[in-house]
Design a protein around this ligand. Structure first.
Ligand code: F0G
Length: 449
């Protein structure tokens, strides 16, 4: 306990700054920490290491064509690199980019390129307790209205398949089809962020297209994109990322930027070994049992937490368990960052490292004011093929304990606040030294461990 208390203080109450050695269960993210399959590991051994013209790249391009349906594939060093190249190619000063919901790095790249991000989620998405089956859907009525007025200034529409910051909530096939129809009517390209298309497709199968195999759902969903990209650190279960399209003109525009920012066309900043693992990872996206196992664990955890009265995002989505910090810490005001305080407190109480997904993850407006997001969440992510039910039982046990002792937790205030993506490197302190009180309470019940 003493060590965890010291560690979180040294980390400025920011779980990004904890050392992995000080963490018991690392649920910060599923990014770059998924276990690989034996087939992926085998592929890495036989990858063809060549700067240009490697047949491992060709295997990747074949996997992209067969699984996702795109003729042109550009590897990039990770998802945000794809966002950078897309923004650089399509966004002009003052352009709009319309999205179902932002991701942190997407917003940063759109804004750095001079664009303005417009979010059009359905209203249910911002209500943590709404049981809508597709809370990741875009509000197509508002999209139509927006494009009718602004299509000339709109660089692209972006749909995130499994909306990360909404709590891993899926987008339906019906919705992506409608969004595509509207985009076509106004001549605006549709970009799909497919970083978690596997989990999204699992929900589509479960709730919409039960008789379709997962592979068919993935390919059909992706077929709506003019440009498709993904962080391969998540669903691909490796490192890196990729960008794919059937539009030759767009491909050529982006391809010329690749050697400047990423690397040659056949490796794009990744190692050839990772490209081999990614090619196999893409093929394995269609394996239902593999893709569904974390969703089932998340569901189990959410059910148990819900039974104990802990406020969680419902219905359970992909990616992780999302705890509603606004309800959990009702007495902590928004300018004291409830989700950040909850995430730090939960680390003290469990050794589990989660991630703040609330106001701290949202940078300030250009005039310095805070823009508080509708959702203030603690995310406990499930890396693929890593955790078991007993881990979830431990998580539930400690989170229920923390909920019973929640009055101890006050908020956080800034010590060092970086100007952009402040959640990565920012440092805070606990208002009124509540971490000590929490640790003392913990010790009385559980001892020193
Ligand atoms: N898009 C989505 C939907 C993501 O979840 C991420 C990363 C990115 C883009 C950026 O990709 O990290 O490879 O540059 N999500 C990670 C997470 C970081 O923890 O949710 P990247």
């Amino acid at each position: 306990m003493e060590e965890r208390l010291l560690a979180i203080r040294e980390a400025g109450f920011n779980t990004f700054l904890l050392k992995a050695d000080d963490v018991f269960l690392d649920m910060l993210t599923d990014s770059g920490v998924n276990a690989m399959t034996v087939e992926q590991l085998a592929g890495m051994v036989s990858a063809q290491d060549a700067y240009a013209g490697s047949n491992t790249y060709e295997e990747l391009a074949r996997a992209v064509e067969e699984v996702l349906g795109f003729k042109y594939t550009l590897p990039v060093h990770q998802g945000r690199a794809a966002e950078h190249l897309i923004a650089r190619t399509l966004v002009r000063q003052g352009s709009f980019v319309v999205t179902n919901f932002h991701f942190t790095t997407t917003r940063a790249h759109v804004e750095l390129a001079g664009g303005v991000l417009v979010e059009l989620p359905i209203p249910e998405a911002l209500d943590a307790s709404s049981e809508h089956p597709f809370k990741g859907n875009m509000d197509t009525v508002r999209l139509e209205e927006f494009l009718a007025r602004n299509h000339e200034r709109t660089a692209f529409v972006r749909v995130e398949a499994l909306a990360n910051l909404l709590g891993g909530q899926p987008v339906s096939m019906e919705n992506i089809k409608l969004v595509k129809e509207i985009c076509e009517r106004y001549g605006v390209p549709l970009v799909i962020d497919g970083s978690m298309i596997d989990w999204n497709s699992y929900f589509v199968k479960e709730r919409e297209l039960g008789s379709w195999p997962l592979g068919k759902i993935i390919k059909e969903f992706a077929s709506h994109a003019d440009v498709f990209y993904m962080s391969a650190r998540k669903a691909g279960s490796v490192r890196g990322g990729l960008l794919a399209t059937n539009n030759r003109e767009l491909y050529e525009k982006i391809a010329v930027l690749l050697p400047v920012f990423e690397g040659f066309l056949s490796y794009g900043g990744m190692s050839v070994k990772e490209i081999a693992a990614l090619a196999m990872g893409l093929r394995q996206l269609t394996e239902e049992e593999l893709i569904g196992s974390e969703i089932e664990l998340i569901r189990y955890g959410v059910r148990e937490l819900d039974k104990a009265g802990v406020p969680v995002v419902k219905p359970p989505g992909g990616l992780g368990i999302h705890v509603d910090a606004l309800k959990f810490l009702e007495n902590v005001p928004r300018n004291r960052y409830p989700a950040g305080a909850l995430t730090a407190a939960f680390y003290i109480a469990s050794g589990i490292r989660g991630m703040e997904r609330g106001a701290i993850s949202n940078d300030r407006l250009p005039d310095g004011r805070e823009e508080y997001p509708a959702l203030e969440l603690m995310r406990l992510a499930f890396p693929r093929k890593t955790y078991l039910r007993s881990h979830v039982e431990y998580l539930v046990d400690r989170l229920v304990w923390l909920y019973e002792n929640r009055d101890v937790v006050k908020g956080l205030e800034w010590v060092y606040e970086p100007p952009v993506l402040r959640f990565f490197l920012g440092r805070l302190r606990d208002v009124g030294n509540w971490s000590q009180t929490l640790a003392d309470k913990y010790r009385r019940e559980f001892g020193e461990r």
